[in-house]
Design a binder for this molecule. Structure first.
Ligand SMILES: [Zn+2]
Length: 392
């Protein structure tokens, strides 16, 4: 949810949560190891700002929970590549394309056992290109289930790490705001390898083959390499079969409206994310204050008019804090947007009322603060000040 909120307010362009991706959970039903559907919740959040969101699912299982949630709307296009035929959850037929307004806004690519890198790429790239070209999503959620890798304990696909990661590379190449979430994956060492490599790709870094020594090094025997290799298993997806699917999917997409406009009556109710952001600012206040004060903390203190005030004294203790490198604030009033990612300035001011914040303020501006305190608070501050003096 926070990843989606950060994409919405522009504080990140790729949000990654490998602990998420629980694509099977339904509105009132846990399913397939998924007890809630973080993807659906995140997409609903994205829809507050984004007119159209594309969801892509590369888990070996059909992304049924997400598809179901948005089956009747054109605000979200879901596209799942999965093993189909006597396999959990049993849904995701080629003919399942959405209903009502959502018609043609669910894409299902049912695959057979043993699909390899080249076959997967031959169907993934043209379908995703076509969807993005026609649907023009303004944000993408990519579910990177690791059970489509070769050697997975549940999945019968035959993708290498690089074949799997090609999906991340390809989707990222469109330069749209993106959420990357995890999903399944039951040969854990291979999932760790792949998600590490894919995180690198998200950051424009190709990780080297050699694994650095780490506490889990032995898990990566016998190769001790990053790569997950594909095996020589049979690929039951013939070129003709894949071609038939591709033709069917592309002709369905031709039936979609070109980038449908937003229906205002479908915009989900607004959430009050000010609380979330205020919490962020609170954390910032506390974090920066560890060396004795911050601009943000001082902004919260009301200066009594009848007191003389030595600015240098007030700055004491915080000269070593590199505020600029931390959040782009450099002009002293917290309004700088030097890196374009600072939202603190737009957040409503928080009242200093907790004991801890009072302590922080008074510790650095002891004589200058006129925050009204109760006797109890004063006692607490005296106690804290004593502790501080002891430590000093
Ligand atoms: Zn799965």
């Amino acid at each position: 949810m926070e990843g989606a909120a950060r994409i919405n307010n522009g504080t990140c362009d790729i949000a990654i949560n490998y602990a998420g991706g629980l694509h099977h959970a339904k509105k009132s039903e846990a399913s397939g190891f998924c007890y809630l559907n973080d993807i659906v919740l995140a997409i609903i959040e994205l829809l507050r700002v984004h007119p159209r969101v594309l969801y892509i699912d590369t888990d070996v299982h059909h992304g049924d929970g997400v598809e179901e949630a948005f089956y009747t709307t054109d605000r979200v296009m879901t596209c799942s590549f999965h093993k189909f035929g006597e396999f959990f959850p049993g849904t995701g037929n080629l003919n399942d394309i959405g209903i009502g307004k959502g018609k043609y806004h669910a894409v299902n690519v049912p695959l057979r056992d043993g699909i390899d890198d080249a076959s997967y790429r031959s169907i993934f790239e043209p379908i995703i290109s076509k969807i993005i070209e026609w649907y023009q999503p303004s944000a993408i959620v990519l579910q990177c289930g690791g059970d489509s890798l070769s050697g997975d304990r549940l999945g019968p696909f035959n993708l290498s790490m690089r074949g799997h990661a090609n999906c991340v590379r390809f989707v990222r190449s469109f330069n749209l705001p993106m959420m990357v979430v995890g999903g399944g994956g039951y040969t854990i060492r291979n999932v760790a390898r792949t998600w590490a490599f894919e995180t690198g790709l998200c950051n424009n870094v190709i990780l080297p083959k050699e694994l650095p020594y780490n506490g889990y090094y032995e898990y990566y025997a016998p190769t001790y390499e990053l790569d997950v290799r594909s095996s020589n298993m049979n690929n039951a997806n013939s070129p003709e079969y894949l071609d038939r699917i591709l033709t069917n999917v592309l002709s369905n997409l031709d039936n979609t409206k070109h980038s449908p406009s937003v229906q205002m009556n479908e915009v989900p109710a607004s959430w009050n994310f000010d609380d979330l952001l205020a919490e962020d600012e609170e954390n910032d206040l506390e974090a920066i204050d560890t060396k004795g004060g911050s601009q943000q903390a001082r902004n919260k203190i009301i200066q009594p008019e009848n007191e003389f005030y030595d600015e240098e004294d007030a700055d004491r203790g915080e000269k070593n804090i590199d505020i600029q490198s931390r959040n782009g604030n450099s002009n002293g009033n917290g309004n700088s947007k030097a890196n374009g990612k600072n939202t603190v300035a737009e957040v409503p001011a928080i009242t200093i009322n907790s004991e801890q914040k009072v302590h922080e303020s008074t510790a650095t501006n002891n004589e200058n603060s006129n925050v009204t305190l109760t006797d109890e608070e004063m006692n607490e501050i005296d106690k804290l000040n004593d502790e501080v003096s002891e430590e000093v």
